[in-house]
Write a protein that binds this ligand. Structure first.
Ligand code: CA
Ligand code: CA
Length: 456
C-alpha cells in the first residue's frame, strides 16, 4: 500500500490539511486571481493557504506560485535543474516539482562534490587549522585569524556558491512524490514574499568548514553556517507544510570532538530571522536535530524584529530534537497541537529544552502533547532566555494535562520566573484538538505524504 493512502482514513478536518477548499464563487485573499478558483479538485501544487490557517494567512495571504502559467511549471531532479528553475521565473508565479532526491553537493554535470573538492586550491587543511588554533597555543581570548582562517573562509565560499539557493517570491516548491527530497542544500527565503513549500524532505545541510570560536560560551564552540531552510531579511507570507527536516543521514553523534567540543556541522533547521513575518508551519516532521527553530537571532532591536516574527506552528511532530522548538525573541508565536517526542538517553541528539522564552517573546503554547522518557523532568520543557512571559495552556505530558509554566517556575529561582502572557490570544487557527488526542491524530499525517496532482 502506498504510504499516502493512509491519509484517506483521517477525519475530514485533517484530510484538507489546512489547504483552501472553497466553492469557486467565494473570493480568495491574496494577489493571485486564479486562487479563487480553488476547489476540492485542486491539485497539490495549485493549492493556496486557507484563510485563518495561521499567521501566513494574514496580510495578503499565501498563494505561492499556484497561478503559474504553463511555462513556469518546472519538473526538476538535479541541483542544476532546481537552480535553473529557481532563477527562471523571477517573481512571476512559478511551481517547482521535485522528483527523487536532489543532492546539492554536486557539480553541474552531476559529479558528487566532497568537502576536499571545495577546499582544493584554497590551502585549507583541517589538520593545520586544528594545529594553528589549538587553545593550548593560540589561547581562548580571540577568534581565529591568519592563513588557515582565510583559507577556511575561501573553501566555505566555494561550498556556499554550490549549495545555497534562494526561493523567489510567488513560488510553490513541492515534492512530486512522498519520496522527494533535497539533501545537503541551504535553502533560503531571503527577502521574498508569498512562498509555499510542501511535501518535501530536507536533509543534512552540513557545513564542510565549521569555524572554531573560543569566545563562544564557557568552553568555545564549533559553529556552522547553514540552516535547511532560512526565512530571512523581511521575508513574509510563507507556508511550510507536510515537509520533513532532519540531519539524517549525517547525525551529530557521528561527528568527532575537537578541542573537547562537538564538531557541529549543522546550524538551524528552519530559522526565521531579521524582520521576517507571517509564517505558518503545519503538519511537518522535524527529527534528529539540535538547534531547530530560531525565531529572532538577536536581542538587539536593530534588525526590524519588534512587531514582526509572527509564526504559527501547528500539527507538527518533533522527534529527538535538542533545543529551540522554538526559541523566540520578539515574535508572537502560536504553537498548538504539536507532538514532541523527546529522545531517550543515547539518541543522536541530547535533549536540552523545548520552548525558549527570549527577549520580548510572546510564545503561546496550547494543547501540545509531550512524550518524555524516564528521567526527563517536565520542568525543563520551558527555558528562559531573558524573556518575561509565556502562555502555556492545556498541554499534556505523557498523557496528563500539565501547567508547563508552573512546572518551570516551581523549579526556577525567583528572578528567573516567567509570568503568564495575557497580552494576546491567537485567533488565526484551524480547529484546536485536545492535547491528548494529538498523538493519534498525527499518526501517519505529517511529513511528505502526497503525490503531485493529488487533490487532497
Ligand atoms: Ca551555532
Ligand atoms: Ca541559522
Amino acid at each position: 500500500m502506498r504510504k499516502h493512502f493512509k491519509y484517506l482514513a483521517l477525519p475530514a478536518v485533517l484530510a484538507v490539511a489546512g489547504a483552501m477548499i472553497i466553492p469557486p464563487a467565494v473570493a480568495a485573499p491574496g494577489p493571485v486571481a486564479d486562487a479563487s478558483a480553488q476547489t476540492a479538485q485542486t491539485p497539490l501544487e495549485r493549492q493556496v493557504l486557507a484563510p485563518g490557517n495561521g499567521w501566513a494567512s494574514a496580510g495578503s495571504g499565501t498563494t505561492g506560485g499556484s497561478a503559474a502559467a504553463g511555462a513556469n511549471v518546472h519538473d526538476v531532479s538535479t541541483r542544476a535543474e532546481l537552480q535553473a528553475a529557481l532563477a527562471s521565473a523571477g517573481s512571476l508565479p512559478s511551481i517547482i516539482r521535485v522528483h527523487g532526491t536532489i543532492h546539492a553537493n554536486t557539480a553541474l554535470d552531476g559529479t558528487v562534490l566532497r568537502c576536499e573538492d571545495y577546499a582544493a586550491g584554497t590551502g585549507y587543511s583541517l589538520e593545520q587549522y586544528l594545529t594553528d588554533f589549538d587553545p593550548a597555543t593560540y589561547g581562548t581570548g580571540q577568534e581565529p585569524e591568519g592563513t588557515q582562517e582565510t583559507a577556511r573562509r575561501a573553501a566555505a565560499d566555494n561550498q556556499a556558491k554550490t549549495i545555497r539557493m534562494d526561493i523567489p517570491s510567488n513560488t510553490t516548491l513541492v515534492g512530486a512524490t512522498p519520496e522527494s527530497a533535497i539533501e545537503g542544500a541551504a535553502l533560503r527565503i531571503n527577502g521574498a514574499s508569498n512562498v509555499i513549500v510542501r511535501n518535501l524532505a530536507f536533509r543534512d545541510a552540513h557545513d564542510c568548514f565549521p569555524a572554531w570560536d573560543p569566545t563562544d560560551g564557557a568552553e568555545g564552540n564549533w559553529n556552522s553556517e547553514y540552516d535547511l531552510l532560512q526565512v530571512i531579511n523581511k521575508a513574509t507570507n510563507v507556508w511550510i507544510d507536510h515537509s520533513e527536516f532532519t540531519d539524517a543521514p549525517n547525525f551529530d553523534d557521528k561527528q568527532p570532538l575537537y578541542f573537547g567540543r562537538p564538531y557541529q556541522v549543522h546550524d538551524g533547521a528552519v530559522d526565521v530571522t531579521n524582520g521576517s513575518d507571517l509564517v505558518t508551519m503545519s503538519f511537518n516532521r522535524f527529527a534528529d536535530h539540535d538547534k531547530l527553530l530560531l525565531i529572532g537571532s538577536t536581542d538587539s532591536a536593530t534588525r526590524g524584529d519588534p512587531g514582526k516574527l509572527r509564526v504559527t506552528i501547528h500539527h507538527n511532530v518533533f522527534e529527538n530534537i535538542g533545543q529551540r522548538a522554538p526559541r523566540v525573541r520578539y515574535g508572537h508565536v502560536d504553537l498548538y497541537n504539536n507532538l514532541f517526542k523527546v529522545g531517550a538517553a543515547g539518541s543522536p541528539v541530547p535533549y536540552v529544552y523545548t520552548l525558549g522564552a527570549g527577549v520580548e517573546s510572546h510564545l503561546y503554547a496550547e494543547a501540545n502533547a509531550f512524550v518524555l522518557p524516564q528521567g526527563i523532568d517536565p520542568a525543563g520543557i520551558v527555558a528562559r532566555y531573558k524573556g518575561s512571559t509565556i502562555a502555556t495552556v492545556k498541554n499534556a505530558v505523557n498523557g496528563k494535562i500539565m501547567d508547563l509554566r508552573a512546572a518551570y517556575n516551581a523549579a526556577a529561582t525567583a528572578e528567573n520566573h516567567l509570568a503568564e502572557d495575557t497580552s494576546w490570544v491567537p485567533t488565526l487557527r484551524t480547529k484546536v484538538h485536545p492535547a491528548q488526542a494529538v498523538p493519534g491524530l498525527l499518526n501517519g499525517a505529517t511529513g511528505p505524504i502526497y503525490t503531485a496532482g493529488d487533490s487532497r
